[in-house]
Design a binder for this molecule. Structure first.
Ligand SMILES: Nc1ncnc2c1ncn2[C@@H]1O[C@H](COP(=O)(O)OP(=O)(O)OP(=O)(O)O)[C@@H](O)[C@H]1O
Length: 260
């Protein structure tokens, strides 16, 4: 990947929360354009924190963080809005407006392109309405366009959330435990959607996953965190399942690459 364009660069990044908890420690990491990277690690290892520094949901407290070669640390106003617009995000609990329709939720992904008053009145252009249909088509959800979100299954809701994120025309997709609330069948559908937008649209995907087998199935590269530190970083061809032996079991706390 070294001949490829660096998209996100962590340079000695630290994150200490206001209460003194260390979220990230000395993170040095380059993520390349077009990669599908899985982030694994025990609960509390810093996976969510890592993702959320990239769109500035969390501000770092030391080091530097660059996106497209530019430090995002001091971004304000327009620069910050443009950064956030270029980064889609999906969450474990979907973060949709449950009492609204699928269409309305998906269109709301476009608000970063509108003035506040226009988006609050729901004044979306015909082009964006078409874009919403296309985004839903990509995740096989067009037939649910007028359904209220609270009438959908968890997997369907996550696919609506992906469609909403696609409306931003993102360069990067952050997926924070995207399948943690889903059953195995819908997990596959959602992971396939993420893979599809990575491979077909060239969107760089960074996904926190608890499942190592899933990470191995979908990612090009796996990075591992432990206690806020980067302790693992390998391209998928070099990853061995034993590296993670017992990582999510109590018995494994003594062994395995990420358990230290
Ligand atoms: N807003 C916050 N204020 C203080 N500490 C926080 C905050 N958010 C996270 N932390 C702490 O930072 C550390 C890293 O948390 P983070 O949520 O990034 O881990 P994680 O690997 O994503 O865990 P999980 O798999 O449980 O989501 C933990 O010790 C956590 O308690």
């Amino acid at each position: 990947m070294s001949d490829q364009q660096v998209l996100i660069e962590f340079d000695n990044v630290q994150k200490v929360y206001p209460n003194g908890t260390v979220g990230l420690k000395d993170i040095n990491l380059k993520l390349y354009k077009g990669e599908f990277v899985a982030v694994v690690g025990l609960s509390g290892a810093g996976k969510s924190t890592l993702l959320r520094t990239i769109n500035r949901m969390h501000d770092i407290t030391g080091g530097d963080l660059k996106v497209n070669g530019q430090s995002i640390v001091g971004y304000k106003g327009k620069n910050l809005r443009n950064l956030r617009r270029s980064i889609g995000m999906i969450f474990q609990d979907f973060n949709l407006v449950n009492r609204s329709s699928v269409r309305r939720n998906v269109l709301s992904g476009r608000v970063g392109y509108y003035s506040t008053w226009k988006s609050s009145l729901g004044l979306f252009s015909a082009e964006d309405k078409k874009r919403a249909v296309q985004a839903l088509d990509r995740v096989n959800m067009t037939e649910k366009i007028y359904t209220r979100v609270d009438q959908l299954s968890g997997g369907q809701q996550q696919r609506v959330a992906i469609a909403r994120a696609l409306m931003q025309d993102p360069q990067i997709m952050l997926a924070d435990e995207p399948i943690a609330s889903l059953d195995p069948l819908t997990t596959t559908a959602v992971m396939d959607d993420l893979l599809n937008l990575n491979k077909e649209l060239g969107i760089t995907v960074l996904a926190n996953l608890h499942s190592v087998p899933l990470a191995m199935k979908y990612a090009d590269r796996i990075v591992g965190l432990r206690d806020g530190q980067l302790v693992y970083d390998k391209p998928i061809a070099e990853v061995k399942e034993e590296d993670f032996e017992g990582i999510y079991t109590k018995a494994g706390v003594e062994g395995g690459a990420l358990n230290g």
